[in-house]
Design a protein around this ligand. Structure first.
Ligand code: GLC
Length: 537
């Protein structure tokens, strides 16, 4: 970590790495990743240069949604290990100067959570109001038209007590009623439990879902719905998500986090930029980092992306720190979206934009989505809408460590099959290859962490064309960098026009560029990305 920018906090200067624990490293031969496995790989992560690890959920879970259905918030699922393994992992992370961020899933529990079992047991149970129960309409149908993200109605009829309950996701994931102060207290208590243990922050699952319309009004029809889209998209979730009073809840979470020094609150929020930035909160008292998924959702088009970067930079509230994400466990991998060559350009973009980058495990070795045969599909989203290609399994396959059986992930057959090309594409092979994407990531990370302009400097757009994005990163008193990204496969021309520039290419997607001195007019090859150290007179 660079000491020359002491006024910035670790999560502003750092790089987050997302681990999907089930798929990272198995240590006990059951084909499932675990905490001891992660512990074994901490030196690798440290040498990669990432500074914070976010773990997808590790809590006890029936695994209907692979850990996003939690049955106990305050311990570890046996498949991942024990609470003492967790303590060991936390200590191992901290002793290497890294931070550990946990996933917090406050919107819903598992239907096996004791809270729900009680809530469901009778209408007058004290925990009845901890979840969202409602009478049917007079004709027996669901209280409103809300849909589940994973397909079908979001309401499930409960025979025993004669009411429906709401679930934004699976019926095995009933939504908590966050309007109930007892629910709030319970979940804020969960946060304190982990903060007291020393975790450095939370990534809050589906933050924008947490509060729903009090009157449960019907959602309007989405006029732009297309049959290939998830059935959930038939309606616009106007009343079921992003309600104004969600910000009161985020503020409460932030207050809990703020009672501890330098802890981080991240929100998972899929919303257009102008709605997203509201999650920074009034006076910046909301999420520190509302996840910015623009690079995940936009077409890979230079002009669109450049315009979006400008829009995002422009809409950030005062003091709001930006962040960028290329992939996560819910989305196709970047390499599969934009192709192998452009994945390098994407890495250069991610690691040179202003704001905290999050790397999804395997991105650094160019992992691709792995085709999972129909009869091996595990993801409920894929299983529930089989003809829409929505399974998230392809982006969740085992990390490719080396060319031994099962890619060094496990000694036994993993829960999801390993990529067919793991023999060629793995950490072991790439580590000593200076031309590998892993080496490229390492060099980029290293430079970003050493150069204050790249780490925390301003973003200055130069211009964009239909092929090219050009911008400068600068910080007073430090070397400036020009970044040129060709988002197309065709040659492209950069012309500095009235702003004469001179510099030396420091890192490039095509190694022949490195060390070359460049000036005002630069002709780039297809898929070229250049990081140029400017020679300022
Ligand atoms: C979030 C998670 C996703 C999960 C869903 C329901 O979007 O990232 O994996 O299925 O929430 O918890």
């Amino acid at each position: 970590m660079n000491e020359s920018s002491p006024e910035y906090i670790w999560w502003q200067k750092g790089i987050i790495y997302q681990i999907y624990p089930r798929s990272f490293q198995d240590s006990n031969g059951d084909g499932l990743g675990d905490l001891q496995g992660i512990l074994k790989r901490l030196d690798y992560l440290n040498s990669l240069g990432v500074t914070a690890l976010w773990l997808s959920p590790i809590y006890p879970s029936p695994m209907a949604d692979f850990g996003y259905d939690i049955a106990d918030y305050q311990t570890v699922d046996a498949i991942f290990g024990s609470l003492s393994d967790f303590d060991e992992l936390l200590a191992g992370v901290h002793s290497r100067g890294m931070k550990l961020i946990l996933d917090l899933v406050p919107n819903h529990t598992s239907n096996q959570h004791p809270w729900f079992l009680e809530s469901r047991s009778s209408r007058d149970n004290p925990k009845r109001d901890w979840y969202i129960w409602h009478d049917s309409k007079p004709d027996g149908s669901a209280p409103n038209n809300w849909l589940s993200v994973f397909g079908g109605s979001a309401w499930e009829w409960d025979e025993l007590t004669g009411q429906y309950y709401y679930h934004a996701f699976l019926k095995e994931q009933p939504d908590l009623n966050w309007r109930n102060p007892a629910v709030q207290e319970a979940m804020l208590g969960v946060m304190r439990f982990w903060l007291d243990k020393g975790v450095d922050g939370f990534r809050v699952d589906v933050m924008w879902h947490m509060i729903k319309d009090k009157h449960l009004r019907d959602n309007p029809i989405n006029p732009d719905y297309q049959p290939h889209m998830a059935t959930y998209e038939q309606l616009l979730p106007v009343y079921s998500t992003d309600q104004p009073d969600v910000h009161d809840i985020v503020l409460k979470m932030r207050q809990v986090v703020d009672a501890y020094p330098e802890r981080l609150l991240i929100g998972e929020i899929y919303l257009p930029i102008h709605q997203l930035v509201a999650y920074y909160g009034i006076d910046g008292k909301g999420a520190h980092l509302p996840f910015n998924f623009q690079l995940l959702t936009l077409p890979w088009d230079a002009q669109t992306i450049a315009a979006t970067i400008d829009q995002y930079e422009g809409l950030l509230p005062k003091g709001g720190w930006p962040n960028w994400v290329l992939g996560n466990h819910d989305q196709p991998r970047i390499t599969s979206r934009v192709g192998v060559e452009q994945a390098w350009v994407a890495a250069l973009l991610l690691l040179t934009l202003r704001g905290t980058p999050t790397i999804y495990y395997g991105e650094e070795i160019g992992m691709r989505d792995v085709p999972i045969p129909f009869n091996e599909v595990q993801d409920p989203q894929g299983l529930n809408m089989p003809d829409k290609n929505l399974s998230r399994d392809p982006a969740r396959t085992p990390m490719q460590w080396n060319q031994t059986t099962y890619a060094g992930f496990s000694e036994r057959k993993p829960w999801l099959r390993v990529a067919p090309d793991f023999g060629r594409k793995n950490v072991w092979r790439q580590e000593d290859d200076p031309l590998s994407i892993l080496s490229f990531y390492k060099r980029l990370i290293n430079l970003r962490q050493q150069e204050p302009a790249l780490m925390v400097g301003d973003y200055v757009p130069v211009y964009a064309t239909s092929q090219l994005i050009a911008y400068i990163r600068q910080l007073e008193g430090h070397p400036r960098f020009l970044i040129l990204l060709n988002l197309s496969h065709r040659t492209a021309y950069f012309n500095a026009k009235d702003n004469p520039l001179r510099g030396i290419v420091e890192i490039a997607t095509t190694p022949e560029w490195e060390g070359v001195e460049v000036a005002d007019r630069i002709s780039l090859g297809g898929d070229d990305g250049l990081l140029i150290r400017l020679l300022d007179e």
